[in-house]
Design a protein around this ligand. Structure first.
Ligand code: SER
Length: 313
């Protein structure tokens, strides 16, 4: 990675990833792009920024060519709950944007990263310690996009030799930029409400387990995967990666260690509950550990402590 274009760069992952990439590879070598400008985002005054709607292939080529990029990190996408509400728009953005990104990568011979997700699994997938290779029949638009995306990246690698790489991210917890439209978002919002109001109304049932990871581990894993020896990458598109699995009840209890009068109530949103129920309780990251030494640092305890220190309300 020498000249890196990041799409969806003002989003939850992009904001922190761009900041970290600029530290490592130099401010001018990391081109942030997004469909909308966010002047208050920290990525705006630390390096180049371009407006880019990833559905516009001509513009995608134009931005990538202008900066002579050799790497594309394609993050622009709808998350699970938004995709479920707007399935046609999700197909258009999540698949159309990905295909455009892959075409640019093929033409300009770029290395290419895009995230998959725990959403790529479905109700018929084994739920506990979900293996790397397992049945994937998701029943959400987001999940269908993610499975198709994994396959499309495999296809571009096998057919055209594009150096595609990917991770199946779990819910990501962070404090620099908010997530939007995901099913795992409660695990971020809970901190803001706990600190502001000492209460939080959760839209999932208290015993709903999902995989999660703290953002510093997610950022490090993207960089580590992108820098890994290609010969070692057997499962190059979409490694299972998880750092912890917890339920709303468990994160509530962890927060109560610091804020004893924090009160959690539950008002279940059937749509997001159904999505969460179709995902694994916990996934097995062994392939990532074996093939490129994935090693997350933060567990639930460390993450909660750090979030409560860092979140500003
Ligand atoms: N965090 C994402 C979501 O909830 C999962 O990939 O949609």
């Amino acid at each position: 990675m020498k000249k890196i274009l990041v799409t969806g760069a003002t989003g939850q992952i992009g904001t922190e990833l761009v900041m970290k990439l600029r530290q490592i590879y130099g401010n001018d070598n990391v081109i942030a792009s997004n469909i909308r400008d966010h002047l208050d985002s920290p990525i705006r005054n630390t390096g180049p920024f371009e407006l880019l709607d990833v559905r516009d292939q001509v513009r995608f080529f134009e931005v990538a060519t202008k900066y002579h990029v050799d790497t594309i990190i394609h993050l622009a996408a709808f998350l699970s709950a938004t995709a479920e509400k707007k399935p046609l728009m999700a197909w258009d953005l999540n698949m159309g944007g990905l295909l455009n990104g892959l075409e640019v990568a093929r033409e300009l011979k770029c290395q290419f990263f895009t995230p998959s997700s725990i959403g790529a699994f479905g109700p018929s997938t084994i739920k506990d310690n979900t293996p790397q290779e397992v049945i994937q029949r998701p029943n959400t638009m987001y999940g269908i996009n993610k499975v198709a995306g994994e396959l499309l990246c495999d296809y571009y690698h096998e057919k055209y030799g594009v150096d595609t790489r990917g991770l199946r991210f779990p819910g990501l917890i962070s404090y620099m930029a908010m997530p939007g439209g995901g099913t795992t978002d409660y695990a971020v919002h809970i901190f803001y409400e706990a600190l502001k109001n000492k209460s939080f109304e959760c839209y999932l049932e208290e015993n709903t387990y999902m995989d999660m990871m703290y953002m510093p581990d997610a950022i490090n894993s993207v960089i580590k995967l992108m820098e890994a020896d290609p010969d070692k990458l057997v499962h190059r598109n979409a490694y299972n990666v998880s750092a912890m699995s917890f339920s709303p009840k468990e994160i509530e209890a962890e927060i109560q260690k610091y804020i004893p009068d924090f009160l959690m109530t539950y008002k279940v949103d059937p749509m997001r509950q159904k999505i969460a129920d179709s995902w694994p309780n916990s996934i097995d990251s062994q392939a990532a550990i074996d093939e490129w030494q994935f090693r997350p640092v933060y567990d639930l305890e460390m993450m909660v402590k750090d979030m409560l220190n860092k979140v500003k309300v």
